[in-house]
Structures are given as C-alpha cells and as structure tokens.
Design a protein around this ligand. Structure first.
Ligand SMILES: *Cc1c(COP(=O)(O)O)cnc(C)c1O
Length: 365
C-alpha cells in the first residue's frame, strides 16, 4: 500500500513467463548413479528405480540418461509405468514392476515385456494362468508388512515358483535411512532365511541399503532417491533446480501484514516480492514463514502464508529487485526444503506438479 520507492517490477512480467522453472541436471543423475554403483562390489548390478515419472523429474529424459550411463535393470511401481518405459527405452533393458501382476495387467505385462514382482500366491497363480511364458520375479516380506509374501506363503509356493527360474527375488528395508536401526539386521536375517540356496539373483537394497554394509547388497541394488540428489545419499549432486519468477514488488510500512491470515507483519519498512508459484506447484504450505528463497547465495525469507499460486518473500536487503528467486539450488536442496515442510525429499520432488517450464541439461537425452 505504501508508494513504491523503485520502479514497479511489473516490468519483469513482460520479460519472462509467469510460471516457475524446473531444470533437471541429467549429468548429475548419471553421476549419482555412477557414484552409487561404485559403493558396491563389481559383482553387484546397480539398477534404477524410476517410478512416479522418475520421482516427478520426467521419466523419458531420466531413463534415457540412465540407460546411456549403463543401467540395464529398471524398476517402476505399476505396469502402466512399465509400458511407458518400454516405449521410451525399446527392447533390451529389464523392467521390473513392484506391484507385481495385478488383475487385468496380463496384456500389458506381455506386450511390454515387463517382469512382475509377484507379491502373493494369488498373483503367482494369476501370472501362470494369464502370462505363463512371461518371466517374473518374486517379492518377499521380511518385516515391512507392505508388499511381498510372508514366510508361510512363500513356503507354500517356493518349489513351484523356483522351478520356473524367476529373474529376481527381492525384499525391501523399512529403516535403511537409519543404518543402526535393529530392524535392518532382522530383515537381513529373515531375507537370508527365506532365500538361502535358491540360486536366483537377490536384491534387498535401495539407496539406504547401498550405503550400508556390503552384506545388504546381494546381487542387485535398486536405488531411487539417491539418483535424484536426496538423502540418505548425502554426497549426491543436486539434480532439481527450481526458480520462480518475481511478478510484483511492493514496499510495505511497519505494521502492515502480508498474505492470508496476516501471519507476518513488517517490523520496519520492507520490500516484498510476490512470486508465481504456490502449493499447487508443490511448495508446501507449511514452509510459509519458515523457509527461504535464494537470490544466488543470498537468502530471502518467505514471509506470510504460501498461497495456491503465489509466494511472498522479503527482499528488503537486496540492492536490486530480482527477476526470479530460487527454491531449489545448490544453496537449498530438497532435503532442506523437506525439513522446513516436515517431510522428506522424496515428497518435495514428487509434489512439484505440472505447471513448471521444464528443461533438461547435461544429458544425452
Ligand atoms: C521406491 C522403492 C525403491 C527405491 O527406494 P529409494 O529409497 O528411493 O532408493 C526400492 N525398492 C522399493 C520396493 C521401492 O518401493
């Protein structure tokens, strides 16, 4: 409401689109895969988990980059994703489906040559009935109680399943982001008990498991989040860069407040930038008044609540009004934003949404 003391930055609107920009560094994805691959022995294959559109970053460019880097096994959540990935990669790479063989998946599994990770005796029966020629894998529950056959179920079908030479036997760790958690050793022991002597390639480790003792590596690891720059792979190169255009500037007087609910009030004269992204773009509402946007290395506190399409940041300390500010950059990664939002880097990535102008750098894609 106070008269602006500098040229209104609505000028900026003419120069740039009013949508946030997501830049994905494909060279960093490839480097992160190689770095994780080096953490395990030469006998251990390093696959890639690319479910949910490569954690929201874009299935096609990410998967092509990983295939170029040497990935021969990919993991997706559902058969639909597997079929998309087959169209992207063509024949050759193995594509495993975590949810296994769901009712109605048969045509897709056979058509796209997918490897269902069979979760239950019912899925095994369905698979052998619907797609008897199609290779499959097996998923065992070792304590997470989410997907996979329990020991008794496994015992009831093991002979029949193993006779058909499955491509992989896998299970999943519930606490691999906490290496000292006692559940890890319990799950390792259970996995060994259920698979010793099976003579089928085995996989237990995702990103967290790769970073743990080699006992967890078995024949194949299947990292996801570490490829995309997130914890627990703290040495990862950042992959996602988000920059948000400033679409208005205003000066506010002491005592004026900003945003819904008037949750932030200027203590002194302040310069506020309004930016074109909000919770509809995966900028969690919880980070209002908590996190920062960055102008290069200079933090600019988010002030007031996050709206659906807009953010407000305090830029009083900047010498020049910026064209844009960064939410994700080398100065603030997905885990820092996740902490402010009381969540995990995985959710920061997968929440980003469809409104971004996306660009890909550094890839052969
Ligand atoms: C998502 C997922 C992974 C990859 O986990 P990250 O923690 O992202 O490395 C591996 N295995 C299963 C079963 C999964 O659901």
């Amino acid at each position: 409401m106070a008269p602006p003391q500098f040229a209104p930055a609505a000028q900026g609107v003419d120069r740039q689109m009013a949508t946030p920009a997501l830049r994905v560094d494909l060279a960093a994805v490839a480097a992160n895969w190689r770095a994780l691959d080096r953490r395990t022995g030469p006998q251990v294959a390093t696959a890639a988990t690319v479910k949910a559109g490569a954690y929201g970053l874009g299935l096609a460019p990410v998967a092509r980059t990983l295939a170029d880097a040497g990935v021969r096994q990919f993991f997706v959540a559902i058969a639909e994703e597997g079929a998309q990935l087959r169209d992207i990669l063509g024949p050759g790479p193995e594509i495993f489906v975590y949810s296994g063989h769901m009712a109605g998946d048969g045509e897709r599994i056979a058509g796209a040559d997918l490897i269902a990770l069979i979760n239950t005796p019912e899925q095994l029966a369905r698979h052998l009935q619907a797609t008897p020629q199609q290779p499959f894998g097996l998923q065992l529950d070792t304590g997470m109680n989410r997907l996979g056959m329990e020991p008794a179920e496994w015992a009831s079908v093991a002979a029949e399943a193993l006779a058909r030479r499955p491509r992989l036997i896998m299970s999943h760790l519930a606490c691999a982001d906490t290496p000292d958690h006692p559940a890890n050793a319990r799950q390792l022991a259970a996995f060994r008990d259920m698979t010793e002597g099976c003579d089928v390639p085995r996989s237990l480790a995702a990103t967290g498991g790769v970073l743990m003792d080699p006992a967890y590596h078995f024949d194949l690891t299947r990292p996801g989040v570490g490829l995309y720059g997130g914890a627990p792979f703290t040495d990862a190169r950042p992959v996602a860069h988000v920059s948000i255009p400033v679409i208005q500037l205003r000066d506010v007087a002491p005592g004026e407040s900003v945003g819904y609910g008037c949750t932030w009030t200027a203590q002194g004269p302040a310069r506020i930038a309004t930016l074109a992204a909000g919770y509809a773009d995966g900028v969690f509402r919880l980070i209002g008044n908590r996190a920062r946007l960055y102008h290069g290395a200079t933090p600019c506190p988010l002030v007031g609540r996050v709206s659906m399409d807009l953010l407000t940041a305090d830029i009083t300390h900047l010498p020049e009004p910026p064209d844009s500010l960064d939410l994700l950059s080398v100065h603030q990664g997905i885990d820092a934003v996740a902490e402010a939002a009381e969540t995990i880097g995985y959710e920061v990535l997968t929440a980003l949404g469809h409104r971004y102008t996306r660009s890909y750098t550094g890839g052969g894609a």
